[in-house]
Design a binder for this molecule. Structure first.
Ligand code: GUN
Length: 292
């Protein structure tokens, strides 16, 4: 069994990004600039955004954090998005999700200029990704694909089962795993209503769990020799920790790991790669790699 080290892989890629940025600056270019909009005080979102700002520093990027209280109106938020769209100093930006209930999330996403949408959530990027055109690909699926490639996990012609159908992970993951230039795999998506979920999982060469239910995947659901990717990062109470919680994956690591050819831990697996891919997308935005 090979433990897939997302933290180390992300550190290597971030060092490569930093080197490229210093080369750009040495040639008189501008540092890539990522802006992040954070609404409210959700603990998870605060941590994610803090880590995104730290990753910008590690990569030699400029970063701007724009903070708003929960009671911001949709109009105010849309006005902020519009300012970032028009700001020539900002290469890319993200609106951290989830947003408060009174704000229409989809409306905000669609207000983002797709050429600055480094999260890859805008329908233009989602659509282009689905048909294999150059675009920003959302960071979690891109991070998983990069890990699979980095560790030479065979995917071509293999059976890949994805647990979860979210817009951020499950759906784009399925699209990319089936595409010839990415996974080139046979893909099945299972979700909370799937009647044959366990049977499907048992046939998977690659099992990607993204349902947000701690410990959902048990040893009896995993084929001997499978590669298991755990996207879950649920906060569960843990009084032995200073923070009062720990992150729990969707996979029961201790019982599943002995059956696997490859497995990602939580934390230190997919999580660090997600932030790293956001940096890569921001570099692509600064270089105008996909759009003018
Ligand atoms: N919330 C959970 N994951 C993400 C992400 O990748 N991007 C944004 N903007 N919000 C998130």
């Amino acid at each position: 069994m090979t433990l897939i080290d997302g933290k180390a892989t992300a550190a290597t890629i971030k060092a490569e990004i930093k080197q490229e940025v210093e080369n750009i600056v040495a040639q008189g270019g501008r540092r890539p600039h990522l802006a992040a909009i954070l609404v409210g005080h959700d603990g998870g979102s605060e941590t994610y955004v803090k880590n995104k700002v730290l990753a910008c520093e590690a990569c030699g990027f400029e970063s701007t954090l724009l903070r708003f209280e929960d009671d911001i109106t949709e109009e105010e938020l849309l006005a902020c998005v519009s300012r970032l769209n028009d700001d020539p100093e900002v290469d890319g930006f993200i609106v951290q999700l989830p947003l408060p209930r009174h704000i229409n999330e989809q409306r905000v996403i669609e207000a983002i200029d797709y050429r600055k949408d480094v999260d890859g959530f805008h329908p233009i990027n989602v659509g282009r990704m689905a048909i294999g055109l150059p675009c920003f690909i959302s960071a979690t699926p891109l991070g998983i694909l990069t890990l699979l490639q980095h560790y030479n996990v065979p995917t071509r012609g293999k059976k890949c089962v994805i647990l979860g159908r979210s817009n951020i992970v499950g759906k784009p993951m399925a699209q990319l795993m089936m595409q010839k230039q990415w996974g080139d795999a046979t893909v099945t998506v299972c979700h909370s209503r799937s009647e044959t979920l366990k049977e499907e999982c048992r046939q998977a060469d690659i099992l990607i769990a993204a349902i947000g239910q701690p410990g959902f995947v048990t040893a009896d659901m995993v084929k001997e020799g499978a590669a298991v990717i755990d996207v879950g990062t649920t906060r569960v109470p843990d009084p032995t920790r200073k923070s009062g919680f720990r992150l729990s994956g969707d996979v029961r690591f201790d019982e599943v790991a002995p059956r696997c050819s490859f497995i990602t831990p939580v934390p230190g697996g997919v999580g660090p790669m997600t932030i790293c891919m956001l940096m890569l997308n921001t570099l692509s935005a600064a270089k105008k790699e996909f759009y003018q």
